[in-house]
Design a protein. Structure first.
Length: 78
């Protein structure tokens, strides 16, 4: 089954931002990959989850075919 839109949710101090892309559109994939790479460089952790809310798994690299990603900022100790 082909997924129409893939999504990345970015959790931050403002709540969250959602980015979507079509895996068949190179420009959309490039923008999503750039966002992923920028966030990972800032210490964000990435998790792949199913849109139905199934169990997630850590991601080490961008996958344009992931149904849904959640980007979590680094924890700040106190």
């Amino acid at each position: 089954m082909k997924i129409d839109k893939h999504e990345m949710e970015i959790l931050d101090s403002t709540g969250h931002t959602r980015i979507t892309w079509d895996a068949d559109k190179a420009d959309e994939v490039t923008n999503a990959r750039r966002t992923y790479d920028d966030l990972r460089a800032k210490g964000y952790r990435a998790f792949r989850v199913k849109k139905d809310g199934g169990e997630g798994e850590a991601m080490r690299e961008f996958d344009p075919h992931a149904e849904r990603m959640i980007m979590v900022p680094p924890l700040v100790g106190g």
